[in-house]
Design a protein around this ligand. Structure first.
Ligand SMILES: NC(=O)c1ccc[n+]([C@@H]2O[C@H](COP(=O)([O-])OP(=O)(O)OC[C@H]3O[C@@H](n4cnc5c(N)ncnc54)[C@H](O)[C@@H]3O)[C@@H](O)[C@H]2O)c1
Ligand SMILES: O=C(O)C(=O)C[C@]1(C(=O)O)C=C[C@@H](O)C=C1
Length: 367
Protein backbone atom coordinates (compact mmCIF):
# COMPACT_ATOMS: atom_id res chain seq x y z
CA UNK A 1 0.00 0.00 0.00
CA UNK A 2 1.17 3.53 -0.76
CA UNK A 3 2.71 5.42 2.13
CA UNK A 4 0.55 8.20 3.51
CA UNK A 5 1.84 11.62 4.46
CA UNK A 6 -0.38 14.03 6.38
CA UNK A 7 0.54 17.70 6.29
CA UNK A 8 -1.22 20.02 8.72
CA UNK A 9 -0.79 23.68 7.69
CA UNK A 10 -0.61 24.16 3.93
CA UNK A 11 1.17 27.49 3.83
CA UNK A 12 4.50 28.52 2.35
CA UNK A 13 6.53 25.94 4.26
CA UNK A 14 4.03 23.06 4.52
CA UNK A 15 3.32 23.47 0.80
CA UNK A 16 7.00 23.61 -0.16
CA UNK A 17 7.91 20.53 1.90
CA UNK A 18 4.91 18.70 0.39
CA UNK A 19 6.19 19.45 -3.12
CA UNK A 20 9.69 18.30 -2.13
CA UNK A 21 8.37 15.04 -0.67
CA UNK A 22 6.31 14.33 -3.78
CA UNK A 23 9.35 14.81 -6.03
CA UNK A 24 11.32 12.13 -4.23
CA UNK A 25 8.36 9.90 -3.33
CA UNK A 26 5.91 10.19 -6.23
CA UNK A 27 3.96 7.13 -5.08
CA UNK A 28 3.19 8.51 -1.65
CA UNK A 29 -0.28 9.85 -0.97
CA UNK A 30 -0.13 13.39 0.37
CA UNK A 31 -3.13 14.40 2.44
CA UNK A 32 -3.47 17.97 3.61
CA UNK A 33 -5.39 19.83 6.28
CA UNK A 34 -5.64 23.55 6.91
CA UNK A 35 -7.93 25.57 9.13
CA UNK A 36 -8.36 27.90 6.15
CA UNK A 37 -10.65 26.38 3.53
CA UNK A 38 -9.22 28.77 0.94
CA UNK A 39 -5.68 27.52 1.56
CA UNK A 40 -6.84 23.91 1.42
CA UNK A 41 -8.55 24.56 -1.91
CA UNK A 42 -5.49 26.37 -3.30
CA UNK A 43 -3.22 23.51 -2.22
CA UNK A 44 -5.46 21.05 -4.07
CA UNK A 45 -5.72 23.25 -7.16
CA UNK A 46 -1.93 23.63 -7.35
CA UNK A 47 -1.40 19.87 -6.88
CA UNK A 48 0.53 20.49 -3.68
CA UNK A 49 -1.53 17.72 -2.04
CA UNK A 50 -3.31 14.71 -3.47
CA UNK A 51 -6.36 15.17 -1.29
CA UNK A 52 -7.67 17.31 1.53
CA UNK A 53 -9.32 16.27 4.77
CA UNK A 54 -11.56 18.00 7.28
CA UNK A 55 -10.69 15.93 10.37
CA UNK A 56 -6.91 15.83 10.69
CA UNK A 57 -6.90 13.78 13.89
CA UNK A 58 -8.83 11.05 12.05
CA UNK A 59 -6.43 11.25 9.07
CA UNK A 60 -3.45 11.09 11.46
CA UNK A 61 -4.40 7.52 12.41
CA UNK A 62 -3.33 6.17 8.98
CA UNK A 63 -0.32 8.41 8.41
CA UNK A 64 3.23 7.07 7.99
CA UNK A 65 4.61 10.60 8.19
CA UNK A 66 2.88 13.48 9.95
CA UNK A 67 4.27 16.95 9.30
CA UNK A 68 3.06 19.92 11.33
CA UNK A 69 3.58 23.18 9.46
CA UNK A 70 1.54 25.69 11.43
CA UNK A 71 2.64 28.73 13.48
CA UNK A 72 4.66 27.42 16.42
CA UNK A 73 2.10 28.10 19.17
CA UNK A 74 -0.49 26.19 17.10
CA UNK A 75 2.01 23.34 16.60
CA UNK A 76 2.41 23.05 20.37
CA UNK A 77 -1.35 22.66 20.72
CA UNK A 78 -1.54 20.12 17.87
CA UNK A 79 1.03 17.98 19.69
CA UNK A 80 -1.19 18.06 22.79
CA UNK A 81 -4.26 17.16 20.68
CA UNK A 82 -2.42 14.12 19.30
CA UNK A 83 -1.87 12.61 22.74
CA UNK A 84 -5.14 10.62 22.73
CA UNK A 85 -5.00 9.43 19.13
CA UNK A 86 -4.04 5.89 18.32
CA UNK A 87 -1.35 6.28 15.64
CA UNK A 88 0.12 3.79 13.20
CA UNK A 89 3.12 1.72 14.30
CA UNK A 90 6.37 3.30 13.11
CA UNK A 91 4.80 6.69 12.32
CA UNK A 92 7.23 9.61 12.35
CA UNK A 93 5.95 12.99 13.49
CA UNK A 94 7.93 16.08 12.61
CA UNK A 95 7.39 19.82 12.33
CA UNK A 96 8.91 22.77 10.50
CA UNK A 97 8.68 25.39 13.26
CA UNK A 98 11.27 28.12 13.63
CA UNK A 99 11.72 27.34 17.33
CA UNK A 100 12.54 24.01 18.85
CA UNK A 101 12.71 24.20 22.68
CA UNK A 102 8.97 24.60 23.40
CA UNK A 103 8.00 22.21 20.63
CA UNK A 104 10.31 19.46 21.87
CA UNK A 105 8.85 19.91 25.37
CA UNK A 106 5.32 19.64 24.00
CA UNK A 107 6.29 16.52 22.04
CA UNK A 108 7.82 14.74 25.01
CA UNK A 109 4.43 13.36 26.15
CA UNK A 110 4.11 11.56 22.80
CA UNK A 111 7.69 10.31 22.95
CA UNK A 112 7.04 8.89 26.41
CA UNK A 113 4.26 6.83 24.80
CA UNK A 114 6.81 5.37 22.34
CA UNK A 115 5.93 7.60 19.38
CA UNK A 116 8.76 9.09 17.32
CA UNK A 117 8.92 12.87 17.13
CA UNK A 118 11.86 14.56 15.46
CA UNK A 119 11.89 18.36 15.39
CA UNK A 120 12.61 19.93 12.03
CA UNK A 121 13.30 23.41 10.71
CA UNK A 122 14.23 24.19 7.13
CA UNK A 123 16.36 27.32 7.37
CA UNK A 124 15.02 29.12 4.34
CA UNK A 125 11.79 30.83 3.54
CA UNK A 126 10.44 34.20 2.67
CA UNK A 127 8.23 37.01 3.90
CA UNK A 128 5.39 35.56 1.82
CA UNK A 129 2.72 33.26 3.23
CA UNK A 130 0.25 30.74 1.94
CA UNK A 131 0.29 27.80 -0.48
CA UNK A 132 0.38 29.98 -3.60
CA UNK A 133 3.96 30.96 -2.68
CA UNK A 134 5.11 27.37 -2.08
CA UNK A 135 7.99 26.10 -4.24
CA UNK A 136 9.57 22.67 -4.53
CA UNK A 137 13.07 24.21 -4.64
CA UNK A 138 12.62 26.65 -1.73
CA UNK A 139 15.06 24.74 0.47
CA UNK A 140 17.60 23.68 -2.14
CA UNK A 141 21.09 23.89 -0.59
CA UNK A 142 19.69 25.45 2.58
CA UNK A 143 20.25 23.85 5.97
CA UNK A 144 17.42 21.69 7.25
CA UNK A 145 17.89 21.44 10.98
CA UNK A 146 16.74 18.32 12.79
CA UNK A 147 16.43 17.98 16.56
CA UNK A 148 15.91 14.32 17.49
CA UNK A 149 15.39 13.23 21.11
CA UNK A 150 18.45 11.55 22.61
CA UNK A 151 16.75 8.14 22.31
CA UNK A 152 15.33 8.57 18.79
CA UNK A 153 16.16 5.36 16.90
CA UNK A 154 18.86 6.24 14.31
CA UNK A 155 16.98 4.38 11.57
CA UNK A 156 13.97 6.66 12.08
CA UNK A 157 16.17 9.74 11.78
CA UNK A 158 17.48 8.29 8.51
CA UNK A 159 13.94 7.52 7.40
CA UNK A 160 12.91 11.12 8.03
CA UNK A 161 15.90 12.38 6.04
CA UNK A 162 14.84 10.09 3.24
CA UNK A 163 11.30 11.52 3.29
CA UNK A 164 12.77 15.03 3.09
CA UNK A 165 15.54 14.35 0.57
CA UNK A 166 13.48 15.85 -2.28
CA UNK A 167 13.79 19.28 -0.65
CA UNK A 168 17.49 19.05 -1.62
CA UNK A 169 18.40 20.68 1.66
CA UNK A 170 21.47 19.84 3.74
CA UNK A 171 20.67 18.22 7.05
CA UNK A 172 22.16 19.45 10.29
CA UNK A 173 21.43 17.73 13.60
CA UNK A 174 21.61 19.78 16.76
CA UNK A 175 19.92 20.09 20.13
CA UNK A 176 16.91 22.29 20.70
CA UNK A 177 18.54 24.92 22.88
CA UNK A 178 21.52 25.28 20.57
CA UNK A 179 19.03 25.62 17.71
CA UNK A 180 17.07 28.38 19.47
CA UNK A 181 20.25 30.28 20.36
CA UNK A 182 21.66 30.19 16.82
CA UNK A 183 18.42 30.95 14.99
CA UNK A 184 17.66 33.59 17.60
CA UNK A 185 20.83 35.45 16.59
CA UNK A 186 20.58 35.16 12.81
CA UNK A 187 16.84 35.10 12.28
CA UNK A 188 14.54 35.94 15.20
CA UNK A 189 16.32 39.01 16.57
CA UNK A 190 16.81 40.57 13.10
CA UNK A 191 13.03 40.37 12.62
CA UNK A 192 12.52 42.49 15.74
CA UNK A 193 15.04 45.03 14.46
CA UNK A 194 13.48 45.12 10.97
CA UNK A 195 10.03 45.74 12.44
CA UNK A 196 11.38 48.51 14.68
CA UNK A 197 13.05 50.30 11.73
CA UNK A 198 9.81 50.21 9.76
CA UNK A 199 7.83 51.48 12.73
CA UNK A 200 10.25 54.37 13.24
CA UNK A 201 9.98 55.31 9.57
CA UNK A 202 6.20 55.12 9.72
CA UNK A 203 6.17 57.61 12.62
CA UNK A 204 8.23 60.08 10.57
CA UNK A 205 6.15 59.46 7.46
CA UNK A 206 3.12 60.78 9.36
CA UNK A 207 4.77 64.22 9.25
CA UNK A 208 6.87 63.87 6.09
CA UNK A 209 5.01 62.04 3.36
CA UNK A 210 8.04 62.16 1.01
CA UNK A 211 9.70 59.53 3.19
CA UNK A 212 7.66 56.82 1.50
CA UNK A 213 9.19 57.70 -1.86
CA UNK A 214 12.70 58.05 -0.46
CA UNK A 215 12.76 54.69 1.32
CA UNK A 216 14.92 53.08 -1.32
CA UNK A 217 17.43 50.23 -1.72
CA UNK A 218 19.11 50.15 1.67
CA UNK A 219 15.92 50.55 3.66
CA UNK A 220 14.13 47.98 1.54
CA UNK A 221 17.01 45.47 1.84
CA UNK A 222 17.13 45.63 5.59
CA UNK A 223 13.35 45.68 6.13
CA UNK A 224 12.04 43.11 3.61
CA UNK A 225 11.46 40.64 6.41
CA UNK A 226 9.19 43.11 8.22
CA UNK A 227 6.56 42.07 5.65
CA UNK A 228 6.41 38.56 7.15
CA UNK A 229 3.37 37.04 8.86
CA UNK A 230 2.72 38.77 12.23
CA UNK A 231 1.07 35.63 13.62
CA UNK A 232 4.13 33.54 12.85
CA UNK A 233 6.53 36.06 14.38
CA UNK A 234 4.43 36.69 17.48
CA UNK A 235 4.61 32.96 18.19
CA UNK A 236 8.35 32.65 17.50
CA UNK A 237 9.08 35.65 19.72
CA UNK A 238 7.07 34.14 22.59
CA UNK A 239 8.75 30.76 22.30
CA UNK A 240 12.32 32.07 22.05
CA UNK A 241 11.72 34.59 24.82
CA UNK A 242 14.77 33.83 26.99
CA UNK A 243 17.32 34.15 24.18
CA UNK A 244 15.61 37.21 22.72
CA UNK A 245 15.68 38.99 26.08
CA UNK A 246 19.45 38.45 26.22
CA UNK A 247 19.91 39.76 22.66
CA UNK A 248 17.74 42.80 23.40
CA UNK A 249 19.82 43.63 26.49
CA UNK A 250 23.07 43.22 24.54
CA UNK A 251 21.74 45.30 21.65
CA UNK A 252 20.62 48.11 23.95
CA UNK A 253 24.06 48.17 25.60
CA UNK A 254 25.69 48.36 22.17
CA UNK A 255 23.31 51.13 21.09
CA UNK A 256 24.33 53.10 24.19
CA UNK A 257 27.94 52.96 22.96
CA UNK A 258 26.92 53.91 19.45
CA UNK A 259 24.90 56.81 20.85
CA UNK A 260 27.90 58.18 22.70
CA UNK A 261 30.19 57.89 19.63
CA UNK A 262 27.55 59.68 17.54
CA UNK A 263 27.18 62.40 20.20
CA UNK A 264 30.96 62.90 20.39
CA UNK A 265 31.55 62.54 16.64
CA UNK A 266 34.23 59.98 17.50
CA UNK A 267 35.94 59.26 14.14
CA UNK A 268 37.91 56.31 15.37
CA UNK A 269 35.04 54.45 17.09
CA UNK A 270 32.55 55.18 14.32
CA UNK A 271 34.99 53.99 11.66
CA UNK A 272 35.80 50.78 13.47
CA UNK A 273 32.10 50.14 14.19
CA UNK A 274 31.29 50.10 10.47
CA UNK A 275 34.60 48.49 9.45
CA UNK A 276 34.17 45.58 11.90
CA UNK A 277 30.65 44.92 10.57
CA UNK A 278 31.75 45.14 6.94
CA UNK A 279 34.70 42.81 7.44
CA UNK A 280 32.51 40.08 8.98
CA UNK A 281 29.61 40.57 6.53
CA UNK A 282 31.91 40.49 3.47
CA UNK A 283 33.47 37.23 4.64
CA UNK A 284 30.18 35.35 5.12
CA UNK A 285 29.90 32.37 2.77
CA UNK A 286 28.13 33.16 -0.47
CA UNK A 287 29.17 30.25 -2.69
CA UNK A 288 26.24 28.08 -1.80
CA UNK A 289 23.14 29.03 0.07
CA UNK A 290 24.37 29.30 3.63
CA UNK A 291 24.74 32.35 5.78
CA UNK A 292 23.85 34.33 2.69
CA UNK A 293 21.79 32.94 -0.12
CA UNK A 294 23.76 32.69 -3.31
CA UNK A 295 22.43 34.57 -6.29
CA UNK A 296 24.22 34.97 -9.56
CA UNK A 297 22.05 37.85 -10.64
CA UNK A 298 22.83 40.57 -13.10
CA UNK A 299 20.79 43.75 -13.43
CA UNK A 300 20.49 45.45 -16.79
CA UNK A 301 19.09 48.93 -17.38
CA UNK A 302 16.55 48.91 -20.14
CA UNK A 303 14.80 51.80 -21.83
CA UNK A 304 11.08 51.47 -22.26
CA UNK A 305 11.50 49.41 -25.38
CA UNK A 306 9.27 46.45 -26.09
CA UNK A 307 11.91 44.63 -28.12
CA UNK A 308 14.61 44.77 -25.48
CA UNK A 309 13.74 41.56 -23.67
CA UNK A 310 14.13 39.48 -26.82
CA UNK A 311 17.31 41.40 -27.74
CA UNK A 312 18.92 40.66 -24.39
CA UNK A 313 17.98 36.98 -24.51
CA UNK A 314 19.21 36.74 -28.11
CA UNK A 315 22.60 38.24 -27.15
CA UNK A 316 22.95 35.75 -24.32
CA UNK A 317 21.97 32.84 -26.55
CA UNK A 318 24.49 33.93 -29.20
CA UNK A 319 27.19 33.92 -26.51
CA UNK A 320 26.01 30.53 -25.23
CA UNK A 321 25.15 31.79 -21.78
CA UNK A 322 22.25 29.96 -20.16
CA UNK A 323 19.99 31.77 -17.77
CA UNK A 324 17.84 30.38 -14.97
CA UNK A 325 15.41 33.27 -14.69
CA UNK A 326 14.65 36.68 -16.13
CA UNK A 327 12.36 39.29 -14.68
CA UNK A 328 11.52 42.96 -15.21
CA UNK A 329 11.92 44.75 -11.88
CA UNK A 330 9.56 47.47 -10.69
CA UNK A 331 12.33 49.84 -9.63
CA UNK A 332 13.10 53.12 -11.33
CA UNK A 333 10.08 52.67 -13.56
CA UNK A 334 9.81 56.42 -14.11
CA UNK A 335 12.97 56.50 -16.24
CA UNK A 336 14.23 52.99 -16.82
CA UNK A 337 13.11 49.50 -16.33
CA UNK A 338 15.63 47.09 -14.85
CA UNK A 339 15.92 43.48 -15.93
CA UNK A 340 17.07 40.95 -13.38
CA UNK A 341 18.71 37.96 -15.02
CA UNK A 342 19.76 34.96 -12.90
CA UNK A 343 22.54 32.55 -13.78
CA UNK A 344 23.73 29.24 -12.47
CA UNK A 345 27.27 30.35 -11.72
CA UNK A 346 29.69 33.26 -11.65
CA UNK A 347 31.25 32.38 -15.02
CA UNK A 348 27.92 32.68 -16.82
CA UNK A 349 27.20 35.96 -15.08
CA UNK A 350 30.58 37.43 -16.11
CA UNK A 351 30.17 36.24 -19.70
CA UNK A 352 26.71 37.85 -19.84
CA UNK A 353 28.01 41.09 -18.33
CA UNK A 354 30.82 41.33 -20.86
CA UNK A 355 28.67 40.55 -23.88
CA UNK A 356 25.91 42.97 -22.89
CA UNK A 357 28.32 45.79 -22.02
CA UNK A 358 30.08 45.29 -25.37
CA UNK A 359 26.72 46.24 -26.92
CA UNK A 360 26.34 49.36 -24.75
CA UNK A 361 23.99 47.92 -22.12
CA UNK A 362 24.54 49.20 -18.58
CA UNK A 363 24.75 46.32 -16.12
CA UNK A 364 25.12 45.99 -12.35
CA UNK A 365 25.95 43.06 -10.08
CA UNK A 366 23.82 44.59 -7.30
CA UNK A 367 21.16 47.28 -7.40
N1 LIG B 1 8.11 31.63 6.48
C1 LIG B 1 9.36 31.24 6.67
O1 LIG B 1 10.30 31.84 6.16
C2 LIG B 1 9.62 30.02 7.50
C3 LIG B 1 10.80 29.31 7.30
C4 LIG B 1 11.03 28.14 8.04
C5 LIG B 1 10.08 27.72 8.97
N2 LIG B 1 8.94 28.45 9.14
C6 LIG B 1 7.96 27.92 10.11
O2 LIG B 1 6.99 27.23 9.34
C7 LIG B 1 5.72 27.28 9.96
C8 LIG B 1 4.70 27.73 8.93
O3 LIG B 1 5.08 28.99 8.43
P1 LIG B 1 4.64 29.47 6.97
O4 LIG B 1 5.62 30.50 6.56
O5 LIG B 1 4.36 28.30 6.11
O6 LIG B 1 3.27 30.21 7.32
P2 LIG B 1 1.97 30.32 6.42
O7 LIG B 1 1.16 31.39 7.06
O8 LIG B 1 2.30 30.43 5.00
O9 LIG B 1 1.27 28.91 6.68
C9 LIG B 1 0.73 28.51 7.88
C10 LIG B 1 -0.52 27.72 7.57
O10 LIG B 1 -1.02 27.15 8.77
C11 LIG B 1 -2.42 27.24 8.75
N3 LIG B 1 -2.94 27.11 10.11
C12 LIG B 1 -2.85 28.00 11.11
N4 LIG B 1 -3.46 27.51 12.22
C13 LIG B 1 -3.91 26.28 11.89
C14 LIG B 1 -4.60 25.27 12.61
N5 LIG B 1 -4.97 25.44 13.87
N6 LIG B 1 -4.88 24.12 11.96
C15 LIG B 1 -4.53 23.94 10.65
N7 LIG B 1 -3.91 24.88 9.93
C16 LIG B 1 -3.57 26.01 10.54
C17 LIG B 1 -2.69 28.58 8.08
O11 LIG B 1 -4.02 28.69 7.60
C18 LIG B 1 -1.65 28.59 6.99
O12 LIG B 1 -2.12 28.00 5.80
C19 LIG B 1 5.87 28.20 11.15
O13 LIG B 1 5.98 27.43 12.30
C20 LIG B 1 7.17 28.95 10.89
O14 LIG B 1 7.79 29.28 12.10
C21 LIG B 1 8.68 29.55 8.42
O1 LIG C 1 13.86 35.08 4.02
C1 LIG C 1 13.01 35.38 4.86
O2 LIG C 1 12.09 36.14 4.63
C2 LIG C 1 13.06 34.77 6.18
O3 LIG C 1 12.76 35.45 7.12
C3 LIG C 1 13.41 33.36 6.28
C4 LIG C 1 13.82 32.88 7.66
C5 LIG C 1 15.08 33.65 8.09
O4 LIG C 1 15.03 34.39 9.06
O5 LIG C 1 16.09 33.47 7.44
C6 LIG C 1 12.71 33.11 8.62
C7 LIG C 1 12.32 32.21 9.51
C8 LIG C 1 12.69 30.84 9.38
O6 LIG C 1 12.53 30.08 10.46
C9 LIG C 1 13.75 30.55 8.48
C10 LIG C 1 14.13 31.46 7.57
Amino acid sequence: MNKRVLIVGLGLIGGSVALGIKQQHPDSMIIGYDRSEANLETAKRLFIIDEGCTDWLEAAKDADLLLLATPVEVTKQLLVDLADVSLKDGVIITDVGSTKGSIMKAASALVEKGITFIGGHPMAGSHKSGPASAKAHLFENAFYMLTPFSDTPPHQLEQLKDWLRGTRAKFMTLDADQHDLLTGVVSHFPHIVAASLVRQTKRYAESFEEINDLAAGGFKDITRIASSSPEMWKDITKQNRAHLLTFLDEWMEEMKDVRSWVAQGDDHELYSYYAGAKEYRDALPIQKRGAIRSFYDLYVDILDDVGVLSRVTAILAENQVSITNIRIMEVREDIYGVLRISFQNEDDRQKAKNSLEALQFTTYIAL
